[in-house]
Structures are given as C-alpha cells and as structure tokens.
Design a protein. Structure first.
Length: 401
C-alpha cells in the first residue's frame, strides 16, 4: 500500500513536470515575462520560500515549498499553450469521463460488497473508500468540477451520440456524489445548480429556472428518503451542529474540529500578522495553540486550519495572504457576458469554495485538482471566447492574462 501511494505521487509529479516542460519547448524565455498572472503567483510563493529564515522545522518547510512548485510551472505552461482543437477537447473529455467512471466503479464496489458496514460508518463521518489516496474530499471535488466541464463542452459537440454519453456520465456523477455524500463535492454540485438557475433567471428564462429549482428540491428530498449514505451524512452534520451549540468542542466531530482550527488560526495570525509562524512551523504553532487554549483535545484530533486562506495567513502572514488573494482574483478582470466567462467564473467559484473548506494547496493532489481545472477552464475561456486572441488569429504571444 505504501509503495503504491508513493508510486502514485511520483507519477503525478512527473506528469505535471513533463506536461509543463513540453508546453515551454521552443518558447523564447522573453515570452515568459509577458505572463503577468504567472509573475504575480511567484510573489506569494516567494513568501513561502523566504520563510525558511524564521522556520525552525526545515524538513516541514521543504515539504511545504515542494508542494507549491507546480505553481511555478503549470500557470506559465497553460498560458503559453496555443488553442486546442475541438477534437482534442473531445478526446480529453472522453478520457476524463472514462477515468472517473472507473474510479466510481472502484469506490462503489466497497458499498456493494458490504453495504451495512459502510452505511453504518456514515454515523461517524466515515465515507466509502475512493481512489487516489482514498481522499474523498479531493475526489468528490474532481467529480463536481468535471460536471461543470461536461456541461460546458457538451453543447459544442455536434455528434448526438457523444453528447448523450456526456449527459449520461454527468447524471452518473451526480448520483455518485449523493451516494458518496462527501460534503465538499455535494455543496459544489449544488453551487453549480444554483449558478445555472441564477443565469437562467438573469436571462429571463423563468420557466427553466423554476423547473431547475423544482428538480433541486425534488432531488434533495428523494436523496434524503432513498439514499441512506446521504441521509446519514446530513444527520451527522445536524447532530454536530447541535453539539457545537451546546458547547461541545472536544474534537470528536469533524465539523466542530474545523471550527476550532479556524479559531486557533485567527489567534496565531493576530500574534504573527506580518511574517507568520514560518511555513515550516505551521504544525508546531498549531499544536502549541491547542495546548494553550484547548488542551483537552487529543493530539490525534488536532488539525491544521481547514481553510487555505487561514493556512497561508498562519504560515507567512497577511501581506502574503493579500498577494495570494490578488493572484486569485486577477483572472476575473477579463470576464465578459457570455457562456465561456460564465463557466470560467463557475469553476473559479467552485475552487474558491474548495479552498475555504480545506487547505488543499498543502497537499499534492489538492494542488493538482486546483491548478488543472482552473487553468484548463481558463485556457478554454481565453481561446474559445468570441473576442479571444485565437479568434483574431493570434497565439501565445498575445495571451497575457
């Protein structure tokens, strides 16, 4: 198992590196400096690097910095890539759906083999196993982001059979998210539905908007009454909230544990507002904060801040956090009132929610999910828009977002 885990990490690292190097092949280095968004990303990454000087745990600092290395390569690589043809996008979409369907079959096989065991586990927030490190948070988010991509690309595909297969895969993804009942993926899916409803209403398409709202309400009701994993998950969340209102902050409940981690992170940011604790000392500082303010919570239940913004604030301070927020918001300046902009903003919004509920940029799989889907949808937004550089017959030299 350990060998497989390490092997998958190596494969993912090599894949990202080779993709980036291939994209940069033959591109003059002077063109790199035209990628202003990439340059802005170097600033907040630089804070992680220089925090070496006030980090005591150099090994943990090294791990944190290595995790951020894809930010130095992938945004630049995607920014310099020419437009993909529709055929290439179809091949990618088919491969993505095939991989995810295989992952879903693998995940559901556990539930099929022993349904009572896994359904019972949902009472304690134990979900069915998922592929890729059994990381249900990132895997469910991948499913939700793939739903957004399939809905975006499907209308551009002329072959009805292929388009129908995409819609079937999308329906399968939606059903699976309710069976898995991971809160991150479920909320992300309903954000997609709400955004679609708002877009329809803004276009004065009142009947489709009302129908979608009715389908959402009906789907939630149906899942509550017929999907035991979903109903158990919702029941667990409600029970956790009731425990929190009663003052139970023991760390026995995952949702309460997150709230406690937010509280402690804010305390640490107030203590180290400019430099942070140092990227290498996040764990040490959080452990000391638990000792000081919540000593009764066992070591095994102590968390780093389950919020990427708070994690950056704790690690490298508020100036670094401001640079990160600027980097995140910068691509939105090119939004227009068309479907390409809508789906890019939707993907951006889903990933914003992703970072607000988990420190996913501190782990390799999280970095990949965030960067790949953001950059892939951004690339489509730039190159397939009505007034994109590609439409004007240009190439990477004018792609300066």
């Amino acid at each position: 198992m350990i060998a497989g885990f390490l092997g998958s990490r190596v494969v993912l690292s090599l894949s990202m590196m080779l993709f980036g190097l291939n994209a940069l092949r033959g591109v003059p280095p002077r063109q790199w400096l035209r990628q202003r968004w990439w340059l802005l990303g170097l600033v907040w990454i630089g804070f992680y690097v220089v925090s070496w000087f006030w980090s005591d745990d150099k090994a943990f600092w090294n791990d944190r910095v290595q995790t951020k290395l894809p930010f130095l390569l992938l945004p630049l690589a995607f920014g310099l890539l020419p437009a993909f043809s529709l055929k290439q996008l179809k091949v990618f979409t088919a491969g993505l759906c095939l991989l995810l369907v295989g992952g879903i079959v693998f995940s559901l096989s556990f539930l099929v083999r022993d349904p009572s065991f896994y359904i019972e586990g949902y009472k304690w927030s134990h979900v069915i196993p998922t592929p890729v490190y059994r990381d249900h948070i990132r895997f469910s988010m991948t499913i939700a982001l793939s739903i957004a991509w399939c809905l975006y690309i499907a209308p551009e595909i002329r072959r009805k059979a292929f388009r129908r297969l995409l819609y079937i895969c999308t329906a399968l993804f939606i059903v699976y998210l309710h069976l898995l009942a991971a809160k991150t993926g479920l909320i992300a899916f309903y954000l997609i539905a709400v955004a679609a409803m708002v877009r329809l209403a803004a276009g004065r398409k009142w009947l489709p908007a009302l129908l979608l709202a009715g389908m959402m309400a009906g789907g939630i009701t149906l899942a509550w009454h017929s999907v035991p994993t979903f109903s158990q998950r919702v029941g667990y969340s409600i029970y956790s909230y009731e425990q929190y209102k009663q003052g139970n902050i023991s760390g026995d409940y995952s949702d309460i544990g997150r709230v406690v981690s937010y509280e402690l992170a804010l305390r640490l940011i107030r203590e180290h507002p400019f430099t942070g604790t140092g990227a290498g000392d996040i764990l040490t500082a959080m452990s000391a904060a638990y000792d000081q303010w919540h000593p009764g919570i066992p070591q095994a239940q102590r968390l780093v801040p389950h919020n990427q913004f708070l994690t950056i604030g704790v690690a490298t301070g508020l100036v670094s956090l401001a640079c990160f927020c600027w980097w995140m918001a910068a691509p939105l300046v090119r939004l227009r009132r068309d479907r390409h902009s809508f789906y890019f903003f939707l993907t951006w919004l889903l990933l914003l929610f992703f970072l607000m509920t988990d420190a996913s940029l501190e782990v390799q799989f999280g970095v990949f999910v965030y960067l790949f889907f953001l950059l892939w949808q951004r690339h489509a937004f730039i190159h397939r828009g009505q007034d994109s550089p590609v439409a004007a017959g240009s190439n990477y030299q004018n792609n300066e977002l």
